[in-house]
Design a protein around this ligand. Structure first.
Ligand code: V47
Ligand code: SF4
Length: 381
């Protein structure tokens, strides 16, 4: 049962404590928690469910960190390691960024992940490019600046959401610049906002077990604070469903809530469901649908100062992401196209979804599909 005291607090708009959040995680009353989260989501964003036309590009999988949960990364020289040139990146963007004029095929339920349509992905008008990659041992900071400049020159209307706090910290180390100057240089070169990756789980003991080489939680938060202070909006993520406990998830969300109180610079919170395949984390299976929906709902209730909660369909699978819209989520991310990080770790979802499919998925959940830009302004078509 969900304690009546927590229900009252939610309806009165009062902030939940960490104890409240823990009680919710231990409750078996998913429907009530989902209904409460839906109420909060409705108060913020009405019946809207947002999506964006975007593409993910991972310039390299070569990474000096080699986090244990990461199936995407390789060491330099290892089989499967790759590097994209700036020309390769521009080419990828060109192929995706043409108006889709073909008639859309009807919504069609596919296999386990949901909708099988790999052959039906058509070109679209891109609104955002999401760029994240490994920490390359040899690439210079100038290369990344040049990447941003050339993308902006070729596609002035595409929003560049790029580089996690982990990458930005690395750029500051390889360039010898302060964090603030690194961020200012990225912004000047064309960076428009930052994704929320690299947060994983802030708890020191757990973090040391799953990604011992990665910057610690305090540094991640510091990079984000500086980014917000120089006017760069960011997202925030949390990797769950590995070896962490509910307490660690709550501790993680508390730190995010505290920073958001200070800066207001976060847009969406994105819980990322851990995928185990090809990783060095010794657990089996996927997160359960119940845990995914509980985590989304509790995030919506606890993170009262985050405008959006994103159900990233790539990691949740199309069907759970659709359900998440009834459990407090109001954003599905987007068309994505060519997702590598989760698919290296055994994701069962497709690599991309067309705009029509996203719209159908949202409508069938009884929500209003709103195509958005990167700052959540509706895109008028
Ligand atoms: O930082 C890596 C996670 C993140 C695995 O900000 C894994 O809009 C699950 O941050 N199982 C990258 N997760 C993805 C990311 C993201 C995605 C979509 C939208 C946004 C946004 C951000 O993926 C990494 C890491 O936390 N990750 N390996 C894995 N095996
Ligand atoms: Fe490198 Fe990021 Fe993978 Fe860690 S999660 S190994 S930092 S690419």
């Amino acid at each position: 049962m969900t304690p009546a005291k927590i229900k009252d607090k939610v309806y009165k708009g009062e902030r939940l404590t960490t104890d409240d959040a823990l009680k919710l995680f231990h409750s078996d009353d998913l429907f009530t928690i989902g209904r409460l989260a839906s109420h909060v989501s409705y108060k913020r964003n009405g019946n809207n469910a947002y999506f964006i036309q975007n593409i993910h590009i991972n310039p390299t999988n070569i990474c000096v960190n080699r986090c244990k949960f990461c199936a995407f990364s390789r060491s330099k020289g290892e089989k499967g390691a790759y590097e994209l040139s700036i020309k390769d990146i521009i080419r990828k963007l060109k192929t995706q960024n043409s108006e889709d004029k073909s008639p859309h095929p009807p919504f069609n339920k596919g296999g386990r992940g949901g909708i099988n349509h790999a052959s039906r992905i058509t070109h679209h008008s891109l609104s955002e490019v999401h760029i994240v990659g490994g920490l390359h041992p040899d690439w210079k900071f100038d290369f990344y600046l040049e990447m941003l400049k050339q993308i902006k020159r070729a596609f002035p209307r595409i929003h560049i959401k790029a580089f996690t706090a982990v990458e930005v910290d690395y750029f500051s180390k390889i360039s010898g610049l302060s964090l603030t100057d690194t961020l200012k240089a990225l912004k000047k070169a064309g960076l428009d906002s930052m994704p929320g990756g690299g947060a994983e789980i802030f708890n020191k003991r757990i973090r040391n077990k799953i990604c011992p080489e990665k910057i610690d939680g305090r540094r991640w938060l510091e990079v984000m604070e500086r980014a917000h202070r120089v006017g760069i909006k960011t997202n925030a993520t949390m990797l769950y469903g590995h070896i962490e406990k509910y307490e660690h998830r709550i501790e993680h969300m508390l730190k995010l809530r505290e920073l958001q109180d200070k800066t207001g610079g976060f847009q969406a919170f994105i819980p990322l469901a851990f995928h185990q395949k090809n990783t060095r984390i010794n657990i089996s299976g996927y997160t359960s649908g119940i845990d995914d929906l509980m985590t989304i709902s509790i995030a919506r209730l606890f993170l009262d100062n985050f405008p959006y909660i994103k159900a990233y369909w790539i990691m949740l699978g199309e069907k759970i992401a659709q359900l998440a819209l009834l459990f407090g989520a109001d954003d599905l991310d987007g068309t994505v196209t060519e997702e590598k990080i989760t698919h290296s770790a055994g994701a069962l979802s497709n690599m991309a979804m067309s705009k029509t499919e996203l719209i159908n998925l949202i409508r069938k959940a009884g929500k209003v599909p709103v195509e958005r830009d990167s700052f959540y302004n509706p895109v008028i078509i």
